[in-house]
Write a protein that binds this ligand. Structure first.
Ligand code: CO8
Length: 187
């Protein structure tokens, strides 16, 4: 997870969302950010000043692992989704290649997890990222932290591998196609 010595700093795309702007969901059925997923995380991610974002995730009873506590895999998902959204600031479509999470404090149901993530380096198609989740406020103690390697892919990654039913539905939605193609038309 250490970027190679030749890795570059991340570059914010000139057409990236303005600092403070909500990025919006990339797919309404996404478990991380989609509004159509009843039990999803419903993450709303906001652009930062650089190639960084913030987000909030409210832990609900459907996200439990142990009684009254968030499931660790769900917390990893929140970190994953937050870091994955960094691609939007660089106009890159990325998928997670490697993700590692430290669970530092238990996170009770009802907690708002305050997430922040940033790109630490870029090396060709490889995007190195880091994230933390704090409880009790944006400056509260760290409950979870993660590092992840994302890999830049083309839209064909999804159309070639996704189940036909969902791909056809997504392709029939002009908003979804516009979102998916935005980075290719306006790289
Ligand atoms: C719009 C989307 C928002 C997403 C938000 C949520 C994020 C997600 O959860 S995405 C879903 C989970 N991830 C996936 O399903 C990805 C599944 N994996 C794959 O499809 C492929 O392995 C993929 C695309 C990551 C890489 O395959 P491929 O395009 O053939 O690239 P490949 O040549 O193997 O690797 C490229 C580079 O990355 C490195 N790499 C790839 N995977 C890893 C890994 N797991 N660990 C370390 N390095 C890796 C390779 O070593 C290579 O490095 P180098 O350029 O230095 O030789």
């Amino acid at each position: 997870m250490t970027p190679p010595s030749g890795a570059a700093a991340a570059v914010r795309h000139p057409d990236a969302p303005a600092p403070g702007e909500l990025l919006g969901s990339h797919y309404e059925h996404c478990f991380g950010c989609g509004g159509a997923q009843a039990h999803g995380l419903h993450l709303e991610v906001r652009a930062g000043e650089g190639v960084d974002v913030t987000a909030e995730f409210t832990v609900r009873p459907v996200h439990q692992g142990a009684p009254g506590l968030a499931h660790g895999g769900v917390l990893s998902t929140a970190l994953d989704e937050t870091m994955g959204s960094l691609g939007w600031l660089m106009h890159m479509i990325v998928v997670t290649g490697h993700l590692e999470t430290d669970f530092v404090r238990p996170v009770p149901v009802g907690t708002v997890l305050h997430l922040s993530a940033a790109v630490t380096a870029v090396d060709g198609r490889k995007v190195f990222t880091r994230a933390t989740g704090r409880i009790g406020g944006p400056e509260g103690p760290v409950a979870v932290r993660a590092e992840a390697l994302f890999i830049k892919v083309d839209v064909e990654h999804f159309t070639d591998h996704g189940r036909d039913e969902e791909i056809q539905a997504a392709m029939a939605d002009p908003d979804q196609v516009r979102r998916a193609r935005a980075f290719e038309v306006n790289p």
